[in-house]
Design a protein around this ligand. Structure first.
Ligand code: SAM
Length: 461
């Protein structure tokens, strides 16, 4: 693998690349748009966690106007529609959302939200934008424009599913992508690692006779020349041509005194790297372990395009700390919120789909359920035509009756505020009210003026 030596004269030649299209608004016009969000608080909770039911453009504007949130978000993960031009249905065949924006309209729609998100981020915050191949290239340019190419951290390639038997004349598509940017150069980073593989441990060939510790030998020099102490001689030796010492002669002396330098027979120094000092291998930018639900035992909500919670666990762990605020304004089934909650982060979620809100509340109440157990469900559905879809429904409907029996280990999540936009109020109100009744949140129900035994009564806001 070739490694380039950084040059010092590149910055003066750097001209940023910009994506141009008609109707691209100025940043100031987006930021200075007055707040008329139309959100009302339907349920207040002091935890700081919030669920916004409505358009995220308005929700984000609301947050910007709130000094307790603006500039305080440590982590944003968003998984917006991918411009597939499709309609997404839940496993119960309920309409979840339309993915109908494309081209420049798509880019501008997302760009507007990203501009608001940038203002919400804390100086040490980060954003992860999940997309597929359709819009990733356009959005990489937009992210560079908004966050600065120097704050680009990774393009993570995720294996999203098992190989497909493609009949098209193309290679099978089993990946999607996550763009990772930080707001600045000092950002929260808890380096994710995995244990050394058995194969890699075998590279620690040598054993220190005095201690029995296994080690490998690595060079003490690196590419590039230096003028200072690391470019000079150590123990009468200069670094090899075109290289410099990785450490100052004083540090090398200290390492040698501790027995950490291995001297070859012809007097060449090498550094000992010990197997037992290894904290694990840093995670790389190809993620193979986070496919979305792909077998019947995997637990899901049944919302379309819901992401693997382990994917979110990795991101939340790496880029936030307990007590930090995590935002997902395309929250879908609430994967980010549930994971953030489990990992002791505060969270804010937004979605404009009533199906998403209904799914999030069920997930908070009962957790996830296995994707499908054909045998069990078949016997209960007797002779009816039966597929994976109905099988899932059977389990979920059973859970509605006695959630505790099916999902005994789940602790319900109830400590969050709910904000509802006026135009989805009627639909969301009845979803939230049913959830409150099921969870015996009687104070809330009373505050909304709902008689707990009566059928749903409209409460105007
Ligand atoms: C790909 S799904 C997110 C799935 C989610 N990551 C999960 O794990 O379940 C995208 C979501 O964005 C929501 N959405 C799309 N446009 C929106 C908007 N303008 N405001 C709020 N939500 C929106 C859709 O309703 C949909 O639930």
């Amino acid at each position: 693998m070739a490694t380039g030596v950084p040059s010092n004269n590149g910055s003066s030649k750097f001209k940023p690349v910009e994506l141009s299209y008609s109707d691209k608004k100025s940043t100031s016009s987006i930021l200075n748009n007055p707040v008329h969000s139309g959100f009302n608080c339907m349920r207040h909770c002091s935890s700081g966690n919030r669920l916004y039911c409505g358009d995220n453009l308005n929700g984000l504007r609301d947050l910007l106007a709130d000094s307790s949130i603006r500039g305080k978000v440590t982590l944003v993960y968003i998984d917006p529609p991918f411009a597939t031009k499709g309609t997404f249905l839940s496993r119960k065949q309920h309409k979840a959302y339309e993915d109908d924006l494309c081209g420049a309209t798509y880019v501008e729609n997302l760009r507007e939200r990203l501009i608001l998100i940038r203002e919400l981020l804390f100086s040490s915050g980060s954003i992860y934008l999940h997309l597929d191949e359709t819009m990733i290239f356009e959005m990489k340019l937009i992210m560079d424009e908004l966050f600065g190419s120097s704050n680009y951290r990774n393009l993570i390639v995720r294996k999203k599913c098992n190989p497909k038997n493609y009949t098209r004349k193309t290679y099978g598509n089993i990946t999607d992508f996550i763009l990772f940017y930080s707001k600045g150069d000092q950002y929260v980073w808890n380096r994710p690692v995995e244990p050394l593989s058995e194969r890699s441990s075998k590279e620690y060939h040598y054993t220190e006779p005095e201690t029995g510790r296994r080690f490998m030998k690595v060079p003490v020099h690196a590419p590039g020349t230096r003028n200072g102490a690391t470019g000079g001689s150590w123990r009468g030796k200069l670094p090899p041509p075109g290289k410099h010492w990785q450490y100052t002669p004083q540090t090398l002396d200290e390492m040698d005194a501790r027995g950490e330098i291995f001297w070859s027979r012809n007097g060449n120094p090498r550094r000992k790297v010990y197997l037992d000092d290894h904290s694990g291998v840093g995670i790389q930018d190809i993620w193979l372990d986070f496919k979305d639900a792909h077998n019947q035992n995997i637990k899901i909500t049944g919302y379309p395009t819901e992401k693997n919670p382990d994917l979110l666990r990795r991101i939340v762990q790496a880029s936030s700390n307990p007590g930090d605020l995590v935002l997902d304004c395309y929250t879908g089934s609430g994967t980010t919120l549930a994971v953030a909650n489990e990992m002791q982060r505060h969270w804010i979620g937004m979605d404009n789909s009533p199906e998403a809100i209904s799914t999030i509340l069920k997930r908070f109440e009962r957790g996830l359920l296995p994707m499908g157990d054909y045998v069990k469900a078949k016997s209960s559905k007797a002779n009816k035509a039966f597929d994976q879809q109905s099988c899932f429904d059977t389990l979920y409907d059973a859970a509605q009756v006695r959630p505790s029996q099916l999902v005994s280990s789940h602790t319900p999540i109830t400590d969050f505020s709910i904000y509802v936009q006026k135009d989805v109020y009627t639909e969301i109100h009845s979803i939230v009210e049913k959830w409150m009744r099921r969870n015996n949140l009687s104070e809330d129900v009373e505050r909304l003026g709902i008689n707990i035994r009566d059928p749903i009564k409209q409460v105007g806001i």
